[in-house]
Ligand binder design. Structure first.
Ligand SMILES: Nc1ncnc2c1ncn2[C@@H]1O[C@H](COP(=O)(O)OP(=O)(O)OP(=O)(O)O)[C@@H](O)[C@H]1O
Ligand SMILES: [Mg+2]
Length: 285
């Protein structure tokens, strides 16, 4: 956690450069278990996040995706192993997990509607007090990737479009020179046109920092994510190549609930479809 993020998104991703092997996962989760109020929510989640680009975390509603990312962040009690670039995080509280370099854009975006764009970004600054995170907030990177955030610095975040709010949410995670960004359903509830904007936001972010993307929009997943893990009933049900999974209609139906009326085989960059649950998401060929 001492090196800087590249100043240009086209540079080598920092995390890829900092791991000993490009094949080694950046984040490695094993046998993750969560019990809340006596309820067993996760029963053994295994997940690897690639050291570059986008890795998708998939699964039907209630499969345990949000709980998994909350457990990684230390927001719920957990057991099992969570290793980030070799460092074991599973016993750390959230503020120390964050210092290891994970930026989290939660399911509800966590934007302060009554504050400006600039104020939302400033609140996310972790500072440069010589902690593990090191370095000044990287406004240059955020403004390079999302010039609109500079132009709209004085605008109240509550008056932004859904896509612009996601820019703020993702921009905050990039500000702090993180090794990994986790985005939980960033397209949820957004109109199709805005989904395309968010896809572009994520693609730009992933050029700078690896992304773990929780998503139910399979067109978006196919466009962005090289590898994926699928959860079912609080467990990992499948891990592997995203394109292969989505091309296998039987497996996709079994794991994700996609019906045969929604063919999954198609071109490499289909138009992003609305952020509807997997069972109703139509992927255009
Ligand atoms: N704090 C909690 N207390 C009790 N049950 C919970 C709690 N948090 C999650 N659950 C339950 O655990 C299961 C997994 O929830 P989770 O939010 O992780 O699913 P998800 O895959 O993110 O779903 P979605 O696609 O709807 O966002 C659900 O059945 C949910 O109701
Ligand atoms: Mg969720």
């Amino acid at each position: 956690m001492t090196s800087s993020l590249p100043s240009s998104p086209s540079s080598t991703p920092r995390a890829a450069a900092s791991t000993s092997s490009a094949l080694e996962p950046l984040l490695s989760v094993r046998d993750l278990r969560v019990v809340i109020d006596g309820l067993h929510i996760l029963h053994g989640v295994d997940l690897d996040v690639a050291p570059a680009g986008v890795t998708a975390l998939l699964g039907r509603n209630g499969a345990g995706k949000t709980t998994t990312v909350k457990a990684v962040m230390g927001l719920v009690p957990r057991t099992g192993s969570v290793r980030l670039a070799g460092a074991e995080l599973s016993s750390l509280p959230t503020h120390l997990v964050v210092r290891h370099g994970i930026g989290y854009a939660p399911e509800d975006r966590g934007i302060f509607a009554g504050l400006t764009v600039a104020e939302n970004l400033r609140l996310a600054e972790r500072g440069a007090r010589g902690g593990e995170e090191g370095g000044e907030p990287d406004y240059a990177l955020v403004h390079e990737l999302f010039p609109e955030l500079k132009q709209r610095a004085g605008q109240l975040a509550g008056t932004l479009s859904g896509g612009q709010q996601q820019m703020v949410a993702i921009g905050r995670t990039l500000l702090n020179r993180n090794r990994l960004i986790i985005a939980d359903e960033p397209t949820k509830g957004l109109a199709p046109k805005i989904v395309s904007e968010v896809a572009e936001v994520l693609a730009r972010a992933a050029e700078a920092v690896p992304v773990l993307l929780v998503e139910q929009n399979l067109a978006l997943v196919r466009r962005l994510a090289g590898t994926c893990a699928v959860l079912a009933d609080g467990r990992t049900a499948h891990r592997g190549d995203t394109a292969e999974l989505l091309a296998d209609e039987e497996a996709a139906r079994r794991l994700l609930g996609v019906g045969s009326r929604h063919p999954l085989a198609g071109g490499p960059r289909p138009a992003a479809s609305p952020a509807t649950p997997v069972v109703t998401t139509e992927v255009k060929p």
